[in-house]
Design a protein around this ligand. Sequence first.
Ligand SMILES: CC(C)(COP(=O)(O)OP(=O)(O)OC[C@H]1O[C@@H](n2cnc3c(N)ncnc32)[C@H](O)[C@@H]1OP(=O)(O)O)[C@@H](O)C(=O)NCCC(=O)NCCS
Length: 139
Amino acid sequence: MTPQDMADTHAAAFTRSRPWSTEEFADLVANRFTYTLGDKRSFALIQVISDEAELLTIATHPDYQRQGLARRVMTGWHAKAQHLGASRAFLEVASDNRPAVALYQSCGYTPCGRRKAYYHREIGPNVDAIVMECHLSGK
Ligand SMILES: CC(C)(COP(=O)(O)OP(=O)(O)OC[C@H]1O[C@@H](n2cnc3c(N)ncnc32)[C@H](O)[C@@H]1OP(=O)(O)O)[C@@H](O)C(=O)NCCC(=O)NCCS
């Protein structure tokens, strides 16, 4: 996947928050701690440092949602992170993002923190971020 592919899928999927630009994806991909998994239909960008992995973003193009692609990408990046030595995974999700929260819960994540009014919304008040954690070892 190119940074342009990522930006296109991201822009199609993220309808309530600012999509990331091609330049932002290019910068992230150039970082030696980041990895991309998936394809143009559904992809994740992760960061692995020492024994901790973080999901930076995940998006499935609306044409391909509810087909199990994001769950497959989650499984794939967990395996990659474990291979690289991570034992714990973290992510942040907007508290009103029900599809993503359901996805993460189904993948074994539990809440471990909350950031008040973290996400800006074009319409309506800011939304809390839920920080979620998953233990990778033995999964
Ligand atoms: C969240 C997102 C990545 C899920 O992608 P997807 O490929 O459609 O997800 P999957 O088909 O793999 O679904 C796996 C599970 O997630 C949950 N889920 C996914 N979409 C859902 C929805 N619209 N409503 C409720 N639960 C949902 C379900 O538990 C689902 O399992 P099931 O289909 O057996 O019920 C996708 O909706 C998306 O790109 N959203 C916009 C971007 C975004 O919010 N990213 C996350 C930011 S933290």
